[in-house]
Design a protein around this ligand. Sequence first.
Ligand SMILES: [Fe+2]
Ligand SMILES: [Fe+2]
Length: 192
Amino acid sequence: MKLDFYKERLKGMLNHKRYEHSLGVMNTAVQLAAIHGADVERAALAGLMHDCARGVPGDTLLLMAQEFDLPMLEVDLALPVLLHAPVGAQLARRDFGVQDEVVLQAIAVHTLGDEHMTLLDKVLFVADKVEPGRYFQNVDKLRALAERDIDQALLNCYDLSVSYALRLGDQVHPRMIAARNRLISEKPNRKI
Ligand SMILES: [Fe+2]
Ligand SMILES: [Fe+2]
């Protein structure tokens, strides 16, 4: 199975905790994909690979983003760690040989979301927040919600990320705001 090849390479790129997190996201993404009707094999690959660039320092991420010609905003200079998602998608393609654009896209948007999220994108985004190694207030409620309503779970994940940025006094990335606004506008009667 090709996943074993990826796992061996990932072990060399991530510390133990992040590697274990990647396995947790892989398993949770598979479960959520099965529940909601997304492609389970793609969910496994996206979950396993999503943080492949998470060990790259922020200044290097900025350089790599420039080399890969990724679209960047000024806010990215202040929040370079978030670039591990789009840079990770590029590394997954270049260094691991992942060619499935659907998987690469899910990896690319897993930190900020996007105005146009596929079901796989949503599954990965939420799985990243609710995998078994995550501990925060009401995580169990969010886990249960993720199984019932992936859109509402995604919205809650956006809210958690925005709240976290506000608590830290950080900038809030406009791409996440746009993604959140789009999700809400698509469901005008949604209770939030
Ligand atoms: Fe990540
Ligand atoms: Fe992650």
